[in-house]
Design a protein. Sequence first.
Length: 128
Amino acid sequence: DEEKAPLWLYLSANFYFITFNFIVVFIVLNLLLALFVDAYVVQREIAKKATQGQRFDLELDDKAAKMMGMENTWEMKQDISGTRQWQRRMHQDVREEEAAVEMADLRLLDKSFSVHNGAGGDDGYSDG
């Protein structure tokens, strides 16, 4: 018959093995937890800095608005928006005028060709 190891040796070896595993698992879990907590804290700091930056921008906008003689940022933005709409309308008018001039040039060019080439008949542009 084989001799079995004494019970105390078996239990103590198991105890040390289990304890060692618990310590390793505990350390790994702590490292993971620290990593996630650190990432969360960093993200929160980034978000806080971003909102502080936005608040700072708004304060600057308000100061700029007051310097321009307006009550607040909203009024300034409305004014800027109105200016942009006015600019868009002006550009649209200019484009329409340029298109009209271009069409008139094409008509004149077309008329001069038909006159120079001696084309007779109704070319669609003659008055009579």
